[in-house]
Ligand binder design. Structure first.
Ligand SMILES: [Zn+2]
Length: 172
């Protein structure tokens, strides 16, 4: 559910006079509080090994539990996207990586706790050596390398991941 249907009371004064202002804001006519909902920044990694295999993760949790995913997550406050993706790779795969190469961004929606949060997913490419042996942790249930010509795009849970793989495979 989008924020303007989900949020019914002003988070500052509790008034029910908390109504959509424009497409990305809500305004309280009691206390004047205005809340904007802009996309949250998120990062994702395409990790390729020397055999042209892509690292696929299996999601351990909702949303899209059990579906294919790429390593990644939300950018923290005061963190760069470059720092965020390297942190996520350590947290989810137990591996440190050198800086990745920026690829592109794709808008996405992240449904959690009944709230459809708009995100902007930032994709990076990492080339890794054969000694890159990930140990899945955090919200990754399992992970393994899949040859690029065997990637089943429909197995990805998030639309942004499907789009990213289509773009990436088209432009290789
Ligand atoms: Zn208010």
């Amino acid at each position: 559910m989008k924020f303007d249907a989900l949020f019914r009371y002003c988070p500052v004064c509790g008034s029910p006079e908390f109504k959509p202002g424009n497409i990305k804001s809500m305004r309280c006519s009691q206390c004047g509080f205005v809340m904007y909902v802009n996309p949250s920044a998120a990062v994702a990694a395409l990790i390729l090994n020397k055999r042209d295999e892509l690292l696929i993760c299996i999601r351990a949790n909702d949303p899209e539990k059990g579906k294919w995913d790429l390593p990644g997550g939300f950018v923290d406050e005061h963190e760069t996207a470059e720092q965020a993706i390297q942190r996520e790779i350590v947290e989810e795969l137990g591996m440190k990586v050198d800086a990745g190469k920026y690829l592109f961004t794709i808008p996405n929606e992240y449904l959690y706790s009944g709230w459809t949060l708009p995100t902007l997913d930032i994709f990076f490419l990492f080339q890794v050596e054969d000694d890159f042996i990930p140990v899945p942790a955090d919200d990754v249930k399992d992970c393994y390398f899949v040859p690029l010509n065997q990637i089943d795009i429909e197995k990805f849970g998030f639309v942004s991941m499907q789009k990213a793989l289509r773009m990436f495979l088209l432009n290789r």
